[in-house]
Design a protein around this ligand. Structure first.
Ligand code: CAA
Length: 406
């Protein structure tokens, strides 16, 4: 018997500070419309010195656990996906394990394949539960990242920071993940970060090419695996994409529709119109968070999922969604899911729009101070997150969790 497995609950977190990108564009001498229209991004979350990849992930997971739907003692596996780890050997997950008070009998590991790591975690966890090895326990998958590029580079406008925590369980109350998926992997140098560098290196235009090429190949693999009853656009109500910047999701959706039209043998005459129509209804509304948070690497696709959930609310149950995950380097996966009858309840607890609206705007000078490596990590009174980074003492990182829950 195939078990129904998927995302039972989720928690989202982004730092409490933002930079308006039209302001940064003016300071850098770039036309603001290139950023707000050309890339489609308006703001980015900025990580203050008292936050890092560990605190972003821990705060997202803490928000999930505060819902009361997952008992800490039932968590049997913790997978943390990141490409901005804090140590070459010690995994981000083991800090979360302590900060969240998880049981000692809990497999804890860090996953890396650029932005694909979060989906790798979701798939490994889903298969762990589906196989029966979980014995009724829950897997916690946390995708957490800080996107950093060189100051003054064109990629600087595609930074961001945030984390999403997913609880994976049998009979999920949020989103059942369909067993069929399409995967594609190939060694390319489109985006990378050598071990001694804090900021990523990127071959920008080539990375866009690699993303779209991987989408085509993952769709082909998915069609082989799914024993397809029809073209994708007639099967899914919504489409979510890894979103380094919102225009990328537009390019991806245009590619997906063209791909599916080709497979269905349709003539091209009305393709452009079909793309615009489908994008406006099934993609654009779910980019709301990505426009304001920026790129969150491993978490980016799941910020779109949270946005979709929050905006669709009561209409979620029974709806189907297609998800495309891309990690530079590269590995990609296309998969689908269906929202559970209780999904609206889960969505109602997310608090994402509220969190984004409450962020405090920074000047470009303040943002540049935050971008330097952290020194003394002391937040102002109103800025204290539930879990924060205290600094490094004797080469060891120190964290503190506040008594109160967020
Ligand atoms: N008004 C309106 N639009 C304007 C404009 C103006 N004044 N000036 C330019 N534009 C438009 C351009 O026409 C272009 O639109 P199209 O792509 O639709 O043609 C858009 O603005 C961007 O302009 P450019 O292509 O000239 O921008 P750029 O060369 O400065 O850099 C980028 C764009 C390559 C994406 C760069 O931001 C970058 O390197 N980003 C990081 C890499 C990245 O995100 N890659 C995505 C795929 S890889 C991935 O997804 C993994 C990951 O997370 C990193």
């Amino acid at each position: 018997m195939t078990r129904t497995v998927g995302i039972d609950d989720l928690g989202v977190y982004t730092p409490a500070h933002r930079l308006d990108l039209d302001v940064l564009a003016r300071v850098r001498g770039v036309p603001p419309e290139k950023i707000t229209v050309g890339l489609g991004v308006r703001q980015m979350s900025v990580t203050p010195p008292w936050e890092d990849t560990v605190t972003l992930g821990a705060n997202a997971a803490q928000r999930l656990l505060a819902h009361g739907t997952v008992a800490r003692e039932d968590v049997g596996m913790l997978l943390v996906a990141t490409e901005t780890a804090v140590d070459h050997a010690k995994p981000v997950g083991i800090f979360l394990h302590e900060l969240l008070g998880l049981p000692s009998s809990c497999r804890t590991v860090e996953l890396k394949h650029a932005c694909y790591g979060g989906t790798a975690g979701l798939m490994l966890a889903t298969e762990w539960v589906r196989s029966g090895a979980a014995r009724g326990r829950t897997a916690l998958v946390v995708a957490t990242d800080i996107a950093r590029y060189g100051p003054g580079s064109s990629a600087e406008f595609t930074q961001g920071a945030g984390a999403v925590a997913l609880a994976i369980r049998e009979a999920p109350r949020f989103l059942a993940i369909d067993p069929a998926s399409g995967v594609y992997a190939r060694n390319v140098y489109d985006f990378w970060r050598p071990l001694d560098r804090r900021e990523a290196l990127v071959d920008g235009k080539f990375s866009v090419y690699c993303y779209l090429d991987a989408l085509d190949a993952a769709l082909d693999d998915w069609a082989r695996a799914a024993a397809l009853p029809g073209p994708l656009f007639s099967l899914c109500d919504a489409f979510l994409y890894h979103t380094p910047f919102p225009k990328m999701a537009y390019k991806a959706h245009a590619r997906l529709i063209a791909h599916e039209w080709r497979r269905a043998g349709r003539a091209d005459a009305t393709l452009a119109e079909a793309i615009e129509h489908s994008y406006a209804a099934a993609v654009d509304p779910w980019l709301a968070a990505a426009r304001l948070v920026g790129n969150t690497y491993t978490a980016s696709l799941y910020f779109c999922l949270a946005s979709l959930a929050e905006q669709t609310g009561e209409q979620l149950p029974g709806r189907s969604v297609g998800l495309f995950s891309y990690g530079s380097g590269c590995c990609a996966e296309y998969f689908t899911g269906r929202f559970a009858p209780e999904a609206a309840l889960v969505a109602g607890r997310l608090g994402l729009a509220e969190m984004l609206a409450a962020r405090c705007p920074l000047s470009v000078e303040e943002y540049e101070r935050c971008s330097r490596p952290p020194g003394e990590a002391v937040p102002a009174a109103g800025d204290v997150p539930a879990i924060r980074f205290l600094g490094v003492e004797g080469d060891k990182r120190r964290y503190a969790a506040a008594e109160a829950q967020p």
